[in-house]
Ligand binder design. Structure first.
Ligand SMILES: O=C(O)CCC(=O)C(=O)O
Ligand SMILES: [Mn+2]
Length: 204
């Protein structure tokens, strides 16, 4: 076994026991030094965009910067925005290799979010667009500031969960998770530094 494969097998892994969901959390897929390096490299190397969305006829800027990379032809539409993929960079392919190995699937695209500070956020949603298939597998990698990731059940208001997505952590969401649960990253006054999140996806 190669060194990196055995390292992956020994990785700290936490199953999050939520009804109607399949969530596995790896608190330290990357160590602090690697994470700082990726944070700096991705900040520089990614073609960050400020996208707009239209809600009730009003055009608003998304409260974060985004980018979409992936295999040719793997376009993705969400919130009325169609993103055509930028070709993989060497760095993103290296991250994908680690994430593929731990997830046991082959991702073909990644949506990147840059939260400049606690004023940036993402609203409640499920990653359930038709092109993600019946049971979407989403691999969510975080670098930089720790932000709170909240989950709520779509049909039972009492079921909720919160998780701090720390730098270097990886959250795998699969099975029926996107059918039954929504997630978001709320704004916070307690965060003045940036965070980058990469959600690896399989576009069918
Ligand atoms: O930033 C995060 O952790 C979540 C991002 C997210 O939910 C998405 O891009 O669909
Ligand atoms: Mn999402």
């Amino acid at each position: 076994m190669t060194e990196s494969l055995s390292r992956i097998k020994e990785m700290l892994k936490i199953a999050i026991p939520l009804r109607d969901a399949d969530l596995v959390f790896y608190p330290a897929l990357f160590n602090a030094e690697e994470s700082d390096r990726w944070m700096a490299e991705l900040t520089e190397a990614i073609a960050w965009q400020q996208d707009q969305m239209t809600i009730f006829g009003r055009v608003l800027s998304l409260p974060r910067l985004t980018a979409w990379y992936g295999d040719p032809g793997k376009s993705y539409t969400y919130s009325g925005i169609t993103m055509t993929p930028t070709p993989w960079t060497e760095g993103l392919l290296a991250l994908k290799a680690r994430v593929d190995a731990i997830s046991g699937v082959t991702f073909n695209s990644v949506l990147l979010n840059l939260y400049r500070d606690g004023n940036d956020s993402v609203g409640w949603h499920s990653d359930d667009e038709p092109e993600l298939g019946q049971n979407p597998v989403i691999g969510s990698l975080s670098f930089g500031a720790t932000r709170r990731f909240s989950l709520r059940h779509k049909f039972n208001k009492e079921l909720k969960h919160q998780l701090g997505l720390t730098s270097g952590s990886f959250l795998l969401m699969q099975g029926t998770t996107q059918h039954y649960w929504q997630h978001h990253i709320p704004k916070t006054k307690r965060c003045a530094t940036p965070r980058i999140n990469l959600t690896f996806r399989i576009i069918h």
